[in-house]
Write a protein that binds this ligand. Structure first.
Ligand SMILES: Cc1cc2nc3c(=O)[nH]c(=O)nc-3n(C[C@H](O)[C@H](O)[C@H](O)COP(=O)(O)OP(=O)(O)OC[C@H]3O[C@@H](n4cnc5c(N)ncnc54)[C@H](O)[C@@H]3O)c2cc1C
Length: 393
């Protein structure tokens, strides 16, 4: 009897969807089990740095994505208080030339729709919505995954299970880590506005990062430049559940009272905000055995201060497929995947954590930070990220 080539993926986020595509390219079938009844975007925009777009290009998605993305001309790092640029790092064509792949920004719903449409066209992928992975058992021929759907429980058989089920992963505790993610004392607030409504100083074609005391603000164009995704991150004690909790504009405004008028005007624009609490986990080597592993936020959730959580999930998917394509023994291939990812994702997690305090400095420390950034200048600043954006499988 031919050996089964089915791999079960828990979760249809950016990581799970990309993994389903990379695995089919490596000759596997993918069965994706997603607890949600329909695919919904969590968060509005996402920055896709060249290390991520390169993988998406290799999956043949460039033409489908291109009409939906914007390649920002630059990242402007702005002193929130004065409203003046600390440094402006050119992206656009120069980043594409440097890294061999573009730096794009996109609405999450658009990215998800492109990934989902590619899956639909693949005869080797089955996506089961409203199906929650609850447990799994290893046996001689692979793995049986127990999932609960609207019509009761079902068993899904495969040669391996990939837990791509996000921050609160149900697969992770079975691999020996029962600790809860750590609350980062920060909340993120998001809103999407028409690009035309932005104050002129805000530069609708750029990614802008405004740094201030205990708060920072990021905005960049989405939906081909018609809209702008705004994310405000503030120091906070609130850590309720959910990704889309309504946030009170009256609560957010005062957190930016010390920012320049253009930033305050931007914060005052949205009538509705959605907020969520930020959690992460310290870098940790997983000690899984057998044909089970984790991917994306389930493996290494990270704070959004380097805009790399989704990119790391996309990279994971590429490396996972490469390892499974090289070795017919799924358990061995998954150990090779984990080993290949360990150092890189730990470094990205650490850098993101460091930015979480760097971005929110005040007084002399903020002054020192800005002086260093300005004196580095655009070229050397970008050079410091070559290890990140220049990554290849
Ligand atoms: C404010 C903010 C801004 C960000 N900006 C960027 C950015 O610019 N660039 C970037 O690269 N990253 C960014 N990120 C990070 C990025 O959004 C995440 O890292 C990424 O979405 C993780 O993808 P994932 O597929 O691993 O997990 P998720 O997107 O969390 O997907 C997990 C999926 O699994 C499903 N699931 C959960 N449990 C089960 C179960 N038991 N059974 C079945 N299904 C299950 C969930 O419903 C969900 O669909 C940002 C994050 C935040 C908070």
């Amino acid at each position: 009897m031919a050996r089964s080539r089915s791999i079960v993926i828990a979760g249809a986020g950016i990581g799970g969807l990309t993994a389903a595509l990379t695995l089919t390219r490596a000759g596997y079938r993918a069965v994706v089990l997603e607890q949600a009844a329909r695919l919904e975007e969590a968060g509005a925009g996402i920055q896709l740095s060249p290390n991520a777009t390169r993988v998406l290009f290799e999956l043949g998605l460039a033409d489908r994505l291109r009409p939906l993305v914007v390649a920002p001309e630059a990242i402007r790092i702005i002193n929130g208080r004065s409203g003046r640029d600390i440094v402006r790092v050119p992206l656009g064509a120069s980043a594409e030339e440097r890294y061999g792949a573009p730096y794009w920004v996109i609405h999450r719903a658009d990215l998800q729709a492109v990934l989902a449409a590619a899956l639909e066209q693949s005869p080797d992928v089955t996506l089961r919505l409203a199906t929650r992975v609850e447990d799994f058992a290893l046996h001689q021929h692979g793995i049986t995954v127990q999932a609960r759907g609207a019509d009761g429980t079902r068993d899904e058989l495969g040669i391996a299970l990939i837990g791509a089920d996000g921050l609160w992963s149900a697969v992770r505790p079975s691999l020996g880590d029962r600790r809860q993610p750590t609350f980062a004392q920060r909340t993120a607030w998001r809103a999407v506005m028409p690009a035309a409504s932005l104050p002129a100083e805000c530069g609708a074609a750029d990614t802008c990062l405004w740094l201030g005391r205990d708060a920072h603000l990021v905005h960049y164009p989405v939906r081909g430049g018609r809209e702008v995704n705004i994310v405000a991150i503030v120091r906070d004690d609130w850590h309720g559940p959910g990704w889309s909790v309504p946030g009170e504009p009256a609560e957010l405004g005062p957190r930016f009272a010390h920012f320049a008028p253009a930033a305050r005007a931007l914060i005052a624009l949205p009538e509705r905000w959605q907020k969520w609490a930020l959690f992460d986990r310290p870098p940790r080597r997983m000690r899984s055995d057998g044909p089970v592993t984790l991917l994306g936020d389930a493996a290494h959730p990270m704070l959004p201060f380097l805009a790399q959580g989704g990119a790391m999930a996309i990279e994971d998917a590429a490396v996972l497929a490469q390892c499974l394509g090289r070795d017919d023994d799924p358990a061995r291939a998954l150990r090779a995947y984990e080993a290949a990812r360990q150092r890189r994702v730990a470094r990205v997690q650490r850098e993101a954590r460091q930015n979480s305090w760097r971005y929110h400095l005040s007084g002399p420390l903020a002054f020192a930070r800005d002086t260093v950034l300005a004196s580095l200048g655009p070229e050397r600043l970008l050079q410091r990220y070559d290890w990140l954006y220049g990554w290849r499988v």
